[in-house]
Design a protein around this ligand. Structure first.
Ligand code: 8YV
Length: 311
């Protein structure tokens, strides 16, 4: 195949990945002041390597007139303009499967922490509260009805784990998933009404924007819990915060937010919420596997214009 052009890193990447790009691929790095850089190099860039946290948005993609491939670190690629990519014949890869177990582990850990209030109990012990008071009773896991929004690879891994905890699983997707016998609920509102815990595992992007609306949150109700390991954009965050502050929702376990790394100040004061810094895939083993898969996609593209895991 003909020449690909230069490789460009967009946004921060794991140090081993950034190092490999610089040393082995002579990659350029998009600076904060992008305009002069684009003016000089924009037309030479054939491949972008980026992550879900950054992506290749509409404007940046339009300015890269020779772009042919976007290699994305992370399973989610909602920050990349895939419609423009499709129109222009730009191929996009992500890193599915290798992070499924860790993200599902995080969802289950968050669910247990939120219902049993372990993180708040840890704060209680550290602050000396145990000497003078008993810790309030929490909520059991077994027997709980867990609704999963988005029964894809990660949703299924969450469901599989929660079966082991004695939870009753149902789910909502646009269409029923094949090969599972969990109960399918065709309306998300109905799923929320019938669930003690709603776990968000759907991809981000326009199609899932604020799917978990004020109405859905109200349907979960004052004994209900929300867990989100997907994207902040899938939930109406203002409605979620209001419901938590007013006690109209029992609690929430959140690994993702609307405007990371900013977390609504109201949540910091609530012991009913568990707040994580978007760490679901953040283990040494999984991040190494994601790095390897990212480089495998890049190598495949450079060798013969194919991708190992195209989206
Ligand atoms: C990454 C993620 O931390 O895979 C995803 O979609 O959200 C995480 O695994 C993130 O993409 C890195 O920016």
């Amino acid at each position: 195949p003909g020449t690909v052009g230069r490789i460009l890193q967009v946004g921060a990447l794991m140090p081993p990945l950034a190092r490999a790009l610089a040393e082995r691929y002579d990659a350029l790095v998009l600076p904060a002041d992008a305009a002069p850089f684009i003016a000089e190099h924009g037309a030479d860039i054939g491949v972008v390597v980026t992550s879900g946290g950054e992506g290749v948005g509409t404007e940046l993609m339009a300015s890269l007139t020779s772009l042919k491939a976007v290699v994305n670190f992370g399973v989610g690629y909602d920050t990349t303009d895939v419609d423009q990519a499709r129109r222009r014949g730009i191929v996009v890869s992500n890193t599915p499967d290798v992070l499924t177990d860790c993200v599902a582990d995080t969802a289950v850990g968050l669910l247990i922490d939120t219902l049993r209030r372990f993180s708040a109990a840890d704060r209680f012990v550290r602050s000396g509260g145990w000497a003078s008071a008993r810790y309030p009773l929490a909520t059991s896991i077994s027997g709980k009805r867990v609704g999963i929004l988005g029964l894809g690879r990660i949703g299924r891994a969450i469901a599989h784990r929660l079966e082991g905890f004695g939870c009753v699983i149902s789910y909502h997707n646009r269409t029923p998933a094949s090969g599972v016998d969990y109960a399918y609920v065709s309306s998300l509102l109905q799923l929320a009404r019938e669930s003690d815990v709603l776990v968000v595992a759907a991809a981000g992007g326009d199609e899932t924007q604020r799917l978990v609306s004020a109405e859905v949150i109200d349907a979960l109700g004052e004994t209900g819990f929300l867990v989100n390991i997907a994207r902040g954009s899938v939930v109406d965050q203002d409605a979620l915060v209001a419901a938590l502050v007013e006690g109209r929702l029992a609690g929430a376990g959140l690994d993702v937010f609307d405007d990371e790394p900013n977390v609504p100040a109201e949540l910091l004061a609530l012991d009913t919420v568990v707040l994580l810094p978007h760490l679901a895939s953040g283990t040494v083993e999984t991040r190494r596997a994601m790095t390897d898969l990212t480089l495998a996609n890049l190598d495949a593209y450079l060798a013969d214009r194919t991708l190992v895991t195209p989206v």
